[in-house]
Write a protein that binds this ligand. Structure first.
Ligand code: FAD
Length: 405
């Protein structure tokens, strides 16, 4: 598989793919078509140190422009692919140009769900967070004393709440489900994270949805909550999940299911088109899943680089994830979906603990708060296919490391 490779999307996955191909001494011509104006950069700090202004954009950028030049990668920034012509192996670009490919990789990521205009989503003072421009706008609005409403208790909402609170705003967080992190974590983890925010003075309301945001002359003024409360606010941060950017694939006749459907080699039904990162739906543990994480973006991209250069090893996700909230570090190893039992293991210092997920008696995931040791041991156990019993996991005196031999 040689000839021109075109990568659509200059995010974590697109960059990891081209970097790995060049590291593997692959010399094929590569064009990176990137919708954003910036050189490719990493997103996690956007809801952490970049948002608190403790980090600048130049520290988020993976490589300077000279790296692309030295590695003979044609960069087309501020350019979007608008259509794929599979028969002609050609792409239509927002610039009006056509671009031919031999191999095409979609690394288009995802777009935050917005509140509809009918619910006040278009008012001034309503923010979402995906790229650095979003973070710049939001950072400007995060002024001490302002009243912020966070809509959604997933990782983005919780990280934004932590930043807003530490910058001296009054913060209310609403979550429609009956607990925060419901989609991704067990109740025990929700309990630990809830306690973290409540201790910092966040007014956290679970089982509470939004009826509408209310504006005065186009500017956000209040939120009407599902329980009838009207809350005066200055800004709202919407963290209600993302939609995969899969329209290009769908319009080209490829299978999509909130994500481009691929096999374990990241290949679509068209042998010359692949999809990686947040935009891909891939097989894992007997399910088809979309994994929104740096781990998946990088590992799937690197696995694809190996395949494009003659390798045969399919991609087996080994999920891990982290989230920083205040001075707490949450580290997650494995994938807890489908668990039937959890136990909590107390940590060795105040504020540290870990939650261990089991399916049919086998360890499948660990969430560790301020407990790097539990995370590291849990991750190694999962990756080695080893498992403590739930009783051992719950017992802080049990030496889990010994199980690794
Ligand atoms: P992206 O990084 O989203 O890149 C996709 C790129 O494709 C975008 O630049 C987009 O503009 C471009 N694009 C889309 N369509 C087109 C088109 N038609 N033509 C050209 N370009 C196009 N993960 C963690 O593991 N830990 C964290 O702590 C963490 N924190 C996060 C905090 C924030 C605020 C956000 C937004 C994400 C965070 N993530 C975190 C998730 C992680 O950043 C993503 O999983 C990762 O960026 C996915 O990489 P990707 O390349 O698939 O998509």
């Amino acid at each position: 598989m040689t000839g021109r490779l075109v990568v659509v999307g200059g995010g974590q996955a697109g960059f990891a793919l081209i970097a790995k191909l060049r590291a593997l001494s692959d010399t094929r011509p590569i064009t990176l078509v990137a919708g954003e104006a910036s050189l490719p950069y990493q997103r996690p700090p956007l809801s952490k140190k970049y948002l608190t202004r403790d980090m600048t954009l130049d520290r988020l950028i993976y490589r300077p422009e000279s790296w692309y030049h030295d590695n003979r990668i044609e960069l087309r920034l501020s350019t979007r692919v608008t259509a794929i012509d599979r028969a002609a192996r050609s792409l239509a670009l927002s610039s009006g140009d056509m671009l031919a490919y031999d191999t095409l990789v979609l690394a288009t990521g995802a777009t935050p769900r917005h509140l509809p205009e009918s619910l006040g989503g278009a008012l001034d003072g309503v923010y979402t967070l995906r790229d650095f421009a979003d973070a710049d706008r939001l950072a400007e609005a995060l002024q001490p004393g302002k009243r912020a409403l966070i809509i959604g208790g997933g990782y983005i909402g919780l990280e934004a709440a932590a930043v807003a609170r530490s910058l001296g705003l009054t913060v209310t967080l609403i979550e429609m489900a009956d607990r925060i992190l419901q989609r991704v974590a067990a109740p025990a983890t929700s309990d630990l994270v809830r306690a973290l925010h409540q201790a910092r003075g966040v007014d956290l309301r679970e089982g509470t949805g939004l009826r509408a945001l209310i504006g005065t002359e186009g500017r956000l003024a209040a939120a009407l909550l599902s329980d009838g409360t009207e809350l005066p606010i200055d800004l709202a941060i919407v963290g209600i999940g993302v939609t995969a950017n899969d329209a290009l694939a769908r319009e080209a006749g490829l299978a999509t299911a909130n994500g481009v459907v691929v096999d374990a080699e990241a290949r679509t039904a068209d042998p010359s088109i692949f999809a990686i990162g947040d935009c891909a739906v891939l097989p894992f543990g007997g399910m088809m899943v979309r994994l929104e994480s740096v781990q998946n973006a990088v590992d799937q991209a690197e696995a694809l680089a190996a395949i494009l250069t003659g390798g045969t090893e399919p991609y087996h996700p080994k999920p891990w994830f982290w989230s920083d909230q205040y001075d707490a570090k949450l580290q997650i190893a494995g994938f807890g979906l489908g668990h039937d039992h959890t136990v909590t293991r107390p940590g060795t210092r105040p504020g540290s603990a870990s939650v261990w997920y089991f399916r049919e008696g086998r360890l499948i995931a660990v969430d560790a708060i301020n407990d790097a040791k539990a995370y590291v041991v849990g991750k190694k156990l999962i990756e080695s296919g080893l498992s403590p019993t739930p009783e051992q996991a719950a017992d802080p005196a049990a030496d889990l490391k010994a199980l690794l031999g």
